[in-house]
Every structure is written in structure tokens, then in C-alpha cells.
Design a protein around this ligand. Structure first.
Ligand code: UT7
Length: 328
């Protein structure tokens, strides 16, 4: 197998300024701060302002990652965006971000892997770097999840927020090494977590009002169980494939879907709570944005230190799941 040393040259993140607290949600649906905090760990989430879209969030995160990498946007050769909430179906969010970064003639495309979208983009980035060693890849996770949230459904509307995170991947330069990525899917479980309305199997005729299927539909308890099991299993697998054990892991950074899921993965994995990164209290579940947003924050605040072995993991609709190993 072709081996290359992929490094993360820069990291960036962006969350809209507008904050929706649990107290705000209490005024919209029959819920309570106490229920949301105990069941999910979420206290507030950032949501887009009028006129702000997924590509705007992704562009801001990309700009921060480029500045962190000390690179001009024009040096980028590929833009890969994990999102299930693109501005449009066509053009892709990646194409719009290319335009908003003021560059052109790059390779730009979206990945539909729901909350695992960023981990999938890292694997695509690695593959591109194996094919094109001089490539400079922008991997982005960007979501305006609140666009697909039904704010009259208390079982889902309290869970999600908007945001973006980005990483610049290259084969050269300084930065943590992307040691490995592992991905998986099980389409048989797809119906447990869907956003189907508007797709070719769930069309809308002109003049028709939108149905519930336009919004996120999830069977929370079932998704919860699979999320814990899948993330813990794929973390075991990636360590074993690299001749490592749980003892080697300095930081576990899981997808921020629910504090109880994060905690359960940490426990299954037998890792001390202080080694598990979480910012779900401030951002909620931002889907594909959650891992890069948390990673950028964890590096900037010093939670992740030089020499650390960091394990990322995510889980999402599809079902999709994955993990990645980084050596700082
Ligand atoms: O990123 C991947 C996508 N993430 C997920 O799909 C999340 C996975 N699942 C979960 O995080 C959890 O299952 C939830 C947070 C969604 C729900 O927590 P739970 O502990 O599984 O609660 P539940 O669905 O079993 O509901 C318990 C009770 C129900 O009332 P009854 O039937 O016991 O009377 C719900 O109606 O809580 C009620 N409930 C609420 N009450 C107040 C549900 N949502 C709310 C709410 N406020 N927002």
C-alpha cells in the first residue's frame, strides 16, 4: 500500500454569533432546561442569522484554517465538504465555498455522510494526497442543521446547532500527523435517522406544504445504542490496525451528539473522563461540523498538547461511522 505522511497544517472553526439557550427553547416548546441538560448535556447552541447559510459558516472556518496553516486560499487544490445541509443541491456547498474564498479551477465536492462527514472528508483527503502528492486539501464540516429542525418537535429541536470546522491537509510542512482513518456504514439502519423530504423518493409538488419528513426524524433511543456501540468498536479497530492500545490514547474526541453518548463511549473505551473532549454544552449537535469544531478548539485551548495521540470518532445517519488517529 502506498504510504504518505499526511499532516494537518491548519485548523479552523466558526459558529454563528446568535445563541439559542435552553431558556429560549422553553418559550417555544414544552421542555425544560433541566430535561435538556440531564438528557443531553446541552445548555445552548449557536444558530444562523437571517441570510447566513452553510457555505458562509464553512468559508469562515476555512479562512481560519488557512491563516493557521499560513497559506493563501489559492494554494488549495481540493475542497471537500461534509454536510447534509448544503445551501443547494446544485451547486454543491464546496463549489460555493470555492467562490466565496475568491478562488477557482480547484476540485470541489460535497460528501453526504451526515454527522460522520468530516471523518469521511479526511479519508478522501488522504486518498487525494496519495494520488496527487503536491495537493493541498481543505477538509470542511459545515452545517446549518437548524434549517432541517422542526421547532415544534421537542424531541429533536433541542438537540441541534449550526457551525463549521475545517482542516488543511498536505503531505509536507508542520502539523499533527494523520496516522489513519477508518470508515464504516450500515444502510440497513438508515430508517432510524432520516431527513428524507425533498429527495427523489419523497418529492413535493408545486404548492404543496412541507411535511414532517422535511425535518430530521430520529428514533433517539435506538440511535443512541448504535452510536455508542459503533464508535467504541471502530475505535478499537483503528487502534488494533495500528498496533496501539487504549493506553496509548491521550485524548478521545467524539462527535458531540449527546453528553451521555460521549460519556458512554469513554466508559466503554475505559478512558478517564478528563481525557475526553466535549463542548456540547455550548454548541449542541452540529453534525459534520462537531468534530472539526471541537478539534480546533481543543488545540487552541491547550487541551490537546504536543506529543498527544488523539482519537477522533463520529457517528451519523446512514448509518455511517468512523474514526481517525492524529499524532500531535
Ligand atoms: O448525531 C447523531 C444524531 N443524534 C441522535 O440521534 C441522538 C441520539 N439519541 C439521544 O441523544 C437521546 O435518545 C435523546 C436525547 C434524543 C432522547 O433522550 P432519551 O433519554 O432517549 O429520552 P426518550 O426519547 O426516551 O424520552 C423520555 C421522555 C419521553 O416522555 P415519556 O414518554 O417518558 O413520558 C419524551 O416524550 O422525555 C420526553 N421528552 C422530552 N421532555 C422534555 C422528549 N424530548 C423532550 C424534551 N423536553 N425536549
Amino acid at each position: 500500500m502506498m504510504k504518505n505522511n499526511v499532516v494537518i497544517r491548519g485548523l479552523g472553526r466558526y459558529a454563528p454569533e446568535k445563541v439559542l439557550t435552553n431558556a429560549d427553547l422553553e418559550k417555544i416548546v414544552e421542555t425544560s432546561d433541566e430535561w435538556i441538560v440531564t438528557r443531553t448535556g446541552i445548555k445552548e447552541r449557536h444558530i444562523v442569522e437571517e441570510g447566513q447559510f452553510t457555505s458562509d459558516l464553512g468559508t469562515e472556518a476555512a479562512k481560519m484554517a488557512l491563516a493557521d496553516a499560513g497559506m493563501d486560499a489559492d494554494e488549495i487544490t481540493h475542497i471537500i465538504v461534509g454536510t447534509f445541509t448544503p445551501d443547494h443541491l446544485v451547486p454543491s456547498c464546496a463549489c460555493i465555498i470555492e467562490k466565496k474564498l475568491g478562488i477557482k479551477n480547484k476540485v470541489a465536492f460535497d460528501i453526504a455522510a451526515a454527522c460522520t462527514g468530516f471523518i469521511y472528508s479526511l479519508e478522501m483527503g488522504r486518498a487525494m494526497l496519495a494520488l496527487h502528492p503536491d495537493a493541498k486539501i481543505l477538509c470542511i464540516g459545515a452545517e446549518m442543521v437548524t434549517h432541517r429542525v422542526n421547532f415544534t418537535d421537542r424531541t429533536t429541536c433541542v438537540l441541534f446547532g449550526d457551525g463549521a470546522g475545517a482542516a488543511v491537509l498536505t503531505n509536507d510542512g508542520e502539523g499533527p500527523e494523520l496516522l489513519d482513518v477508518k470508515l464504516a456504514t450500515d444502510g440497513n439502519l438508515g430508517s432510524l435517522l432520516t431527513v428524507s423530504g425533498g429527495g427523489s423518493a419523497s418529492t413535493y409538488k408545486p404548492g404543496e406544504t412541507i411535511r414532517d419528513d422535511y425535518f430530521i426524524q430520529l428514533q433517539g433511543r435506538e440511535v443512541f445504542k448504535h452510536a455508542v456501540r459503533s464508535m467504541a468498536t471502530i475505535c478499537e479497530e483503528i487502534l488494533e490496525a495500528n498496533g496501539l492500545t487504549k493506553k496509548n490514547v491521550d485524548v478521545l474526541l467524539p462527535h458531540q451528539a449527546n453528553w451521555r453518548i460521549i460519556d458512554a463511549v469513554g466508559r466503554k473505551f475505559d478512558i478517564a473522563p478528563e481525557k475526553v473532549y466535549s463542548n456540547i454544552d455550548r454548541f449542541g449537535n452540529t453534525s459534520a461540523a462537531s468534530v472539526p469544531l471541537a478539534l480546533s478548539e481543543a488545540v487552541e485551548t491547550g487541551f490537546i498538547k504536543d506529543g498527544d495521540l488523539v482519537m477522533l470518532t463520529a457517528f451519523g445517519g446512514g448509518f455511517t461511522w468512523g474514526s481517525a488517529l492524529l499524532k500531535f
